[in-house]
Design a protein around this ligand. Sequence first.
Ligand SMILES: Cc1cc2nc3c(=O)[nH]c(=O)nc-3n(C[C@H](O)[C@H](O)[C@H](O)COP(=O)(O)OP(=O)(O)OC[C@H]3O[C@@H](n4cnc5c(N)ncnc54)[C@H](O)[C@@H]3O)c2cc1C
Length: 567
Amino acid sequence: MERETLEFDVLFVGAGPANLSGAIHLARLVKEHNEAVAKGERTGKSLGDVEIAVIEKGATVGAHILSGAVMDPKGLRELIPDFVEQGAPLESPVKEDHFLYLTEKHAIPSPITPPPLKNHGYYIVSLNRLTAWLGEKCEAAGVNVFPEFPGAEMLYDENDRVIGVRTGDKGINKEGKQKANYEPGVDLRAKVTVLGEGPRGSLSKEMVRRLNLDEGREPQAYSVGVKELWELPDDRYPAGRVTHTLGYPSDTHTYGGGWIYGMQNRILNLGYVTGLDYRDPLLDPHAEFQRFKQHPFLQRLLDGGKMIRYGAKTIVAGGYFAMPKLYADGVLLVGDCAGFLNSQRLKGIHAAIKSGMLAAEAIYQALLTEDFSANQLRRYEELVNQSWIIPELRKVRNFHAAFQQSRWPALVNAGLQFLTGGRAWGLFDRSKAEPGYEAMKKLSDFGYHGNDIAQRYGDLRFDGKTTFNKVTDVYHASVGHDEDQPAHLHVLDPQICATRCTEEYGNPCERFCPAAVYEMVENGGGRSLQINFSNCVHCKTCDIMDPYQIINWVTPEGGGGPDYKGM
Ligand SMILES: Cc1cc2nc3c(=O)[nH]c(=O)nc-3n(C[C@H](O)[C@H](O)[C@H](O)COP(=O)(O)OP(=O)(O)OC[C@H]3O[C@@H](n4cnc5c(N)ncnc54)[C@H](O)[C@@H]3O)c2cc1C
């Protein structure tokens, strides 16, 4: 069957806040330019019709978007100054900030809210809704938005210049054969491709390695956020109240913390972040979240409430030192894909929006000069360096890495950063920076005997009221994948699973995946790995955390995955 080719001027891969903002801003810059030229207010020629497309792997724009989220509005305000008047879906302005240190039994309020967690002037949002709204703005600006279009492969020319993206095939059965509805993926060719895939993008991962864009940078660090929405029976936690927690249940060598945000209509938004550079091979980020909810403070808060939604997603945390080079011939990286998240504030939406806008400005100049080479597109990196993104990230450049020492020195470091402008003498030896999966110790090195999970979570019970097992939770993520397709979690050497991995790490994939995708099953006298790929919530934790790096997450058939309505 012939593969179709579609030509665009600019192709944005991933309909997140970064790329949607980039597409809106680019359409606006082109329109303003053409109007100014037509009126004789600007010299030069009209750019004519610039074809801009955004592709998204989810079934709708926003379906795969999961965030906290308390939004610093400075990015959105630059994109759409009257976003409030234009009806941006905002849950509530932040009205109260609280910070609690949790011991096993007590919640100790901090007398002051640490400055990075002060959210006055910010908004609680459902990023799923806000992104869907930005998608509408894109379409209104004349941008082609294609949901259910996963970018499955980068397209390069003979000189390794990026020339677009091939979308995933449809209608391949689980044996890899064509079904009656087979449709080959389309080659989407563009003068510039902008990757805004969010954390650990499958295309970005491959491209960054191929083009050495991470040369001389630290390995990217990640966390995973596991989250639920609850319906409360009364107004005990008002919209606009923000609480962050530190301490229980994380051990002092694991980066972790909780959030509780009050949304409209008595909806409580709560979750727990675990650093994906933990040492304990028995650690389970979903179980950490369940334990968090078992804390007496949370038990009281959730009493009589009902869990209504679930989700999990990774967060980039490496910051300034882990940012890859942001451009190459024909391609730019924006948003979380580029690592623009301030992990101290757990905020990336504002920088994602801003980076999309700066990419648009660089592309606009490339369109004027008709030059899409790395030499021209480096303008984007210059614009990022001149913007507020870099000073913000530089001030917290040692925040996440210091947690590899342990909680207390890291907190001292976090406090000192205000005085030192982000320096951290001797706290972290950058030459030893390692990817998070290398931090995980083998069972015996951690002091465990055998791989019985009860050694860490012996007291954890899923009562179906406050605490839920993964399968129950995943049901509330409304995940859908056609089951008759090849698994999109490629385990490159399954032999390791039942042998080395069982012995050395006790098959940690069963634990680090928050969606019960990986399961070791008895199989004719032996054990083997079963991949329940239809549960996958596209969080990418497995791709990041597998100790042998043999799990490769690729995009499934378009439209598959979670549906994070209201998350
Ligand atoms: C649990 C959690 C809590 C957070 N809390 C906050 C907060 O309180 N405040 C804050 O400011 N930030 C917060 N963040 C961070 C914030 O969500 C991100 O910084 C922001 O969403 C980044 O936007 P993005 O456009 O770069 O990527 P994303 O929002 O991740 O969007 C990427 C999009 O690309 C799509 N995609 C990926 N790969 C492909 C492909 N190959 N083909 C097609 N489509 C693809 C995805 O489906 C997705 O829709 C949080 C993040 C998490 C996970």
